[in-house]
Design a protein around this ligand. Sequence first.
Ligand SMILES: [Zn+2]
Length: 310
Amino acid sequence: MTTPVRLLRAGIDMGGTGTRLILLEGLREVAGLTLPTASFEALPKTQRSGELVNRLQQLCPADGQIVSLGIGASGPVNNRSGVIENDDTLACFSFFPLLDEMQQRLNVPAAIDNDAVVAALGEYHAGAGVGSKRMLMVTLGTGIGVALLDNGHPFRTADDRHPEAGHIPVSGNGQRCYCGVTGCWEQEASRSWLQEALRQVMPALDWPQLTVEVLKEKSATEPRIAALLHEYGERVGRGLSTLLTLYGPDLTVLSGSAAALLPLFSHGLDAALQRAPGYRLPENIMSSSLGDVAGALGAALLPTIRLPHP
Ligand SMILES: [Zn+2]
């Protein structure tokens, strides 16, 4: 008797720092791997899609079969051509037909989208966003990613692009961002900003080791850290208040490595979101329940749930 083949959906979440690969059976992760994105820069462009396919095939169990591929990529992705257009933070996978090459090698349906969109889809289908009618997701990581899902459908611009809502002006006197905006939200409130600001107060800071408990302890004894966390909440709130005013979501999910610190900066966030009666903003804001895996998981779901191209 032959063993039934397990049908697996592959997902890849490409960020400036790490590239995460995942295989899903249903909604369950059966295998996963995170590689430094920089490790692909050492390869010629012509070998990068092949290397990703090899890695997926190595992850696939002997009784498994990859039946689809979804990719989420940091920064602009051309939704019509499927080409990543992000020379600023994802140059090694940009401006060549990565998706087409991988699709040909694997011979399965494939789809690609912005990483904020796939992370939002992951939370919507398997995490904090289940049942939400209009879900806003904000990723506080190296940069700021934003996605809005209306009954699970990603909001697009008129020319079918993902609006880069992490790049909205929130300050008149900040530094100039690579996107061209001065006082851009991403420069003012990403995890990178918080990390650098904390490093100046705690020079020995080791960010990957930093937990909510450790930081809570330190902020109780060091007023500068408590003040910094309050300021961070206000900075996040400056951009978020604009998005909440415009879109009125029933749920806002914060993700990225700074989201776990929400209990420590929520007072600053609440202060920035205060409005007069009649102008109140939606208050249902929570941290991601899937954490770092949301992007790869949502990417794996992409080929089966994605809206067709216009
Ligand atoms: Zn910007």
